[in-house]
Design a protein around this ligand. Structure first.
Ligand SMILES: C[S@@+](CC[C@H](N)C(=O)[O-])C[C@H]1O[C@@H](n2cnc3c(N)ncnc32)[C@H](O)[C@@H]1O
Ligand code: SF4
Ligand code: SF4
Length: 322
């Protein structure tokens, strides 16, 4: 019932922008070792610097600390594979030194993590790791996680889980399954496998594949979303994503920086959050005026009344390990 009331409020209600977002996302690498067909990375090279630099991460965290911006969690990934950035562990250390109370999380394909890196990760100060796997089947995995090898990934993930259990059981692990036409038959086996490997507090997350607001539209893979109504998307009111080169967007779907609201290297976080570009974006969103924006093709921000009747296609499902 609470969920229905919240969704109705979101659909009709207007939003006031947060003073600054409590949760921000920072891209560590804009290059990837995989080419997953349902991801915008496969649709073209991202047109920005490959790796987040020490200078940029310091500028960001110093401002958060000095101005007490109230950031509580930082995601260490957007597009690309963060662990390709050779400075990953140095940057993580800087974040936790400057912002000791902030929680950090990451999404990774685990493709470049060997035993030595797994040990470093298990001993690190990271709070949560989401591992994108999508299938246990060799051929399906090779297609959907193109560039990866399931045997290698499972070996390294299981090695990491053992090290995490030994050195730092507080790190939460989430195994992600993006559902597509390719892998949907194997969901039950996937869940049982991970239920037998994960520990209390970990989870398996089932995510319906979407088209990244039309940017990775692949009819062969993505099931279509029907019957949804456009609503006021909350992204410009409570969300900020920072790319490797400091460019800022309001949305983690915006791989090609089409919803740019400024640059944090050239100005500051506060200036970006209160910029005229950002204010214009908010006023357009309040009117649901998405003309010419990627948002016009976005499925994830829609309101789906049908989900309350029977359809489970649009629901993200999280299975917690007890
Ligand atoms: C863009 S990736 C970047 C981080 C990292 N490379 C990874 O794969 O985890 C972030 C997340 O988006 C998910 N993803 C990719 N394509 C998707 C799609 N079409 N629908 C839903 N999620 C998708 C990935 O599985 C991953 O969990
Ligand atoms: S989903 Fe992740 S691993 Fe796959 S291409 Fe996109 S960024 Fe790379
Ligand atoms: S409508 Fe979709 S693409 Fe636009 S900001 Fe919201 S979530 Fe992102």
């Amino acid at each position: 019932m609470k969920g229905i009331v919240r969704d109705i409020k979101k659909y009709f209600g207007t939003k006031k922008a947060d003073k600054f977002p409590a949760d921000i996302k920072i891209e560590f690498s804009s290059v990837c070792n995989f080419v997953c067909p349902m991801c915008p990375m496969a649709a073209g090279k991202l047109n920005r610097t490959s790796f987040l630099t020490e200078e940029t991460i310091r500028k960001i965290v110093d401002e958060i600390a000095e101005k007490k911006l109230g950031v509580k969690t930082i995601a260490l990934s957007l597009f690309g594979e963060s662990f390709i950035n050779k400075k990953f562990f140095d940057h993580l250390k800087i974040i936790h030194e400057v912002l000791p109370h902030v929680k950090t999380r990451i999404s990774t394909n685990f493709g470049v993590i060997d035993e030595a890196m797994a040990l470093k990760l298990a001993k690190s100060s990271i709070s949560e790791i989401s591992i994108s796997i999508d299938s246990l089947d060799k051929e399906i995995y090779a297609k959907q996680r193109h560039g990866g090898n399931i045997e290698k990934t499972l070996k390294n993930v299981n090695c990491f889980l053992a090290l995490r259990n030994k050195h730092n059981p507080k790190i939460k692990v989430q195994i992600n399954f993006v559902r597509t036409k390719l892998n949907k038959e194997g969901i039950k086996e996937f869940i049982s496998y991970w239920e037998s490997k994960l520990s209390k507090g970990d989870s398996v997350k089932l995510i319906p594949g979407h088209s990244w607001a039309g940017q990775a539209d692949d009819d062969d893979l993505i099931e279509s979303y029907k019957f949804g109504f456009k609503k006021v998307c909350s992204a410009p009111f409570d969300n900020l994503c920072i790319f490797t080169n400091g460019d800022c967007t309001v949305c983690c779907m915006d791989s090609f920086n089409k919803l740019n609201v400024g640059n944090v290297v050239e100005t500051s976080l506060e200036e970006v959050w209160n910029s005229s570009k950002m204010k214009r974006m908010r006023s357009r969103f309040l009117k649901k005026d998405y003309r010419g924006l990627i948002c016009a093709n976005c499925e994830v921000s829609k309101f789906y009344p049908v989900k309350y009747v029977k359809n489970r296609l649009y629901l993200v499902k999280e299975i917690k390990i007890k």
